[in-house]
Design a binder for this molecule. Structure first.
Ligand code: SF4
Length: 90
């Protein structure tokens, strides 16, 4: 199931607002670290990360998190949800 978030107003206030988008779609680990550095202290970090998670954005650095980090967050959330569900059922 896909949830497309329509509110992207946070993009206008992010540290990346005046950066070239390609910075946030790096091709190597050095580029990922450079992008994550720009995300540090960004006022839009939370909505940016949630946007990427909810919309299952697979590529790039969003909310200070790499693709791998977002996959881990989603996996942890799924496991947490499963545990909550099993507690409610039992
Ligand atoms: S968290 Fe990073 S990618 Fe997201 S808006 Fe801020 S600077 Fe841009």
């Amino acid at each position: 199931m896909s949830h497309i978030s329509a509110d992207t107003s946070w993009m206008n206030t992010g540290n990346c607002a005046d950066q070239h988008p390609s910075i946030f779609f790096p091709s190597d680990g050095v580029g990922v670290e450079r992008a994550k550095k720009l995300c540090e202290g960004c006022v839009s970090q939370n909505p940016c990360l949630e946007y990427a998670l909810v919309n299952r954005v697979e590529h790039g650095v969003w909310g200070g998190a790499s693709e791998r980090q977002r996959r881990r967050i989603l996996k942890a959330r799924r496991q947490s949800l499963l545990q909550e569900t099993s507690v409610q059922i039992s």
